[in-house]
Design a protein around this ligand. Sequence first.
Ligand code: GTP
Ligand code: MG
Length: 472
Amino acid sequence: MTEDNDTYEEEFEDDENEFADDDEPYFEPPIEPEEEEEEKKYVKLADRIHDTARKTERVILVGVTRQKSQMRYETDEHLDELELLTETAGAEIVEKVLQNRSTISVTTFIGKGKAEYLAERCEALDVQTVIFDDDLTPVQQRNLERALNRKVLDRTALILDIFAMHARSNAAKTQVELAQLQYMLPRLTRMWTHLSKQYGGIGTKGPGETQIETDRRIVRDRIAHLKEKLDRIDRQRATQRKGRKDITRVSLVGYTNVGKSTLLNMLTGSDVLVEDMLFATLDSTVRSVEIEGRALLMSDTVGFIRKLPTRLIASFKSTLDEVVESDIILHVVDISHPYFKDQIEVVRDTLKELHADDKPTIMVFNKIDRLENPGTMAGLRGEYPYSVFISAARGMNIGELSAAILLMAEEQHREKEFEIRPPDFSLSAEFHRVARIVEEKYEEDHIRIRCIIPPDVEQRLLKVHADRLRVV
Ligand SMILES: Nc1nc2c(ncn2[C@@H]2O[C@H](COP(=O)(O)OP(=O)(O)OP(=O)(O)O)[C@@H](O)[C@H]2O)c(=O)[nH]1
Ligand SMILES: [Mg+2]
């Protein structure tokens, strides 16, 4: 992973050239002068809090098996993933601690005995930070920090930290900062005491309390400002996407580190960052690609992970809209991962949250070069009807994948004919908004529309207007 910003800039220029002839460039809004002022005024609030990654911290990871139904291997696997996340954030893991607990303490999450044990281990191993695999409430976090006398983080804080490290574009940085501040707001009592030096605010009440109120206000103002900024970016991107209504849009979606960027590079000859790490990609990249003479737009975007904070998904809306508005989804899976089926479920759940779970989807099982038992594929073929088995890194079966994409794109671009009976002009107007109209005829008692319409939109219209709309 390179640390300089040039990499992104270059990519960006490529993007613009890519669409210079036939499409709007996919660019970010320029930074306004007042924006710059704003940036200067507020010190990078977020950066000062979770500095896990900045020094090589020694950390202990803590996982808790809660329900009886949760198998030990699951907790182990979750902790392995937390380990990868921690390494990605640049810290050193010196111990992993597991606990079985049917009930969770509202005050300290783990039991008192376990907390004492943890405090001892922290001393003995010279540990600075303890990271929990589960989300902690602000109260639990504060109490644990007191009990352990160490910094305590949860999985969400860790993911936010990695996102902050990897964000390159203005949009991604804004989205991450928003999520970070929202995470911090209820935790200000603990974190923000140092801010008073910069922002003053000594009043008649106890200085601590006044500080916190001032800090809260600062953070709330900043959140409001970031939201406005994201709204602007959203509107701009929406306009850009509108200009591409006629061209089939394909999104690469999947768990983090499965090979989405590798596949994009393979299919489009681009040079998007590929790394064996979690969340290498945070920005969406859109590239044009031609398959047997048919032009498509393909986008690569942020990967998913289990327990991805909902807040983070919400603040990544402008990035993820690319997925929400695409015509076809390529759900990329790392078939060599021992728990790839769990990962598929996580991705499906996240797509559901984004209301993008009913899109035509091709399951792309990647990394078959690592597969020890080829029999696995036969089983999966039965289970997932639209599936292709490839190796993006080795270029295996890419032809088969291209054919599958083309087939689905053609299906999407078949002309369909509808009848609106009795005539309803607002419905006809809706067709104009969502479909490409080939022909429209107004009769006395009905309207006939021939058009190209995405299948999921067609299904929605047919359902909502069942009383007056039918396919001819
Ligand atoms: N063996 C093998 N490795 C692969 C294959 N495809 C990708 N990889 C490796 O998997 C790792 C992750 O690849 P990326 O393309 O960065 O994955 P991604 O899904 O974009 O990951 P994020 O952007 O971090 O979510 C890299 O080390 C790739 O070299 C493959 O077909 N076979
Ligand atoms: Mg990537």
